[in-house]
Design a protein around this ligand. Structure first.
Ligand code: MN
Length: 248
């Protein structure tokens, strides 16, 4: 029996204070690893390091997780919005380099929340630094403000009928959770915008010229247990990753 595809997942760096000192840790909600496991893959967490690219030899696919903001300087912003938080240079370096190299190898890539933003920035696009500033609050993209549980939908998105996203979810209307204050502004060349919320904010992108690349602005890993349709993108990632030819 062939081994299950190995899916590399990027973690979030943060400082954790313990009784014996402060530690810089790489952390990842177990919802990501459980979703990959439930979808039939082998999850592997990839820490920031000087050169992570040799790891691509042992990965069959990649998942770029949610987290803090990308440094706005990475996409040429001249001013930094005061709501910017969680910028981490090592993480930006890791993810931007890993993403470009993975695209060069045509590896399957799933990008969640911060991940869809990293995908756009890696390809030369830019971001709205604060969604509420741009779109107002006709749709609340930070559903915690309304007290909606993380596994429940906060708004819907409309997906293009001919998209990988709509085929994956078997629907053009997808009920999603929402915990972001940034969003794609100008989509980079090579990215197709395939889903938006009703305020016009970009919620889903893909790359038709690649084997399998999907970016979503929501968090299906938090929803897949309560709403099993949200396991489908993970299953599709693992399936696409099982057809990647072995290196060496
Ligand atoms: Mn949203």
């Amino acid at each position: 029996m062939p081994r299950r595809p190995v899916i590399g997942i990027t973690p979030t760096p943060n400082d954790v204070e313990l009784g014996h000192g402060t530690f810089h840790r790489y952390t990842l909600a177990d919802t990501y690893t459980k979703a990959i496991e439930a979808a039939g893959g082998l999850p592997l967490i990839i820490p920031p390091q000087a050169n992570a690219l040799p790891l691509l030899d042992i990965l069959d696919g990649l998942l770029f997780s949610g987290g803090g903001d990308i440094d706005p300087k990475r996409y040429g912003a001249e001013t930094i919005h005061p709501t910017t938080y969680g910028v981490d240079a090592e993480r930006d370096d890791l993810e931007l380099s890993l993403l470009k190299a993975a695209l060069d190898r045509d590896l399957p890539i799933f990008c969640i929340c911060r991940g869809i933003q990293v995908l756009n920035v890696a390809l030369g696009g830019d971001l709205y630094q604060d969604v509420a500033d741009e779109f107002g609050n006709t749709i609340q993209h930070r559903q915690q403000v309304e007290g909606i549980p993380k596994e429940e939908p906060g708004h819907s998105v409309q997906a293009n009928a001919d998209s990988l996203l709509a085929r994956t979810y078997e629907s053009t209307e997808i009920l999603v959770n929402s915990f972001h204050h940034q969003a794609i502004h100008t989509a980079a060349n090579g990215l197709s915008v395939v889903a938006r919320s009703s305020d016009g904010s970009i919620e889903g992108v893909e790359m038709p010229d690649q084997r399998w690349v999907l970016g979503v602005q929501w968090h299906p890993e938090m929803m897949f247990r309560a709403h099993p349709e949200h396991l489908r993108p993970f299953a599709a990632l693992v399936e696409a990753s099982s057809s990647v030819p072995a290196v060496g």
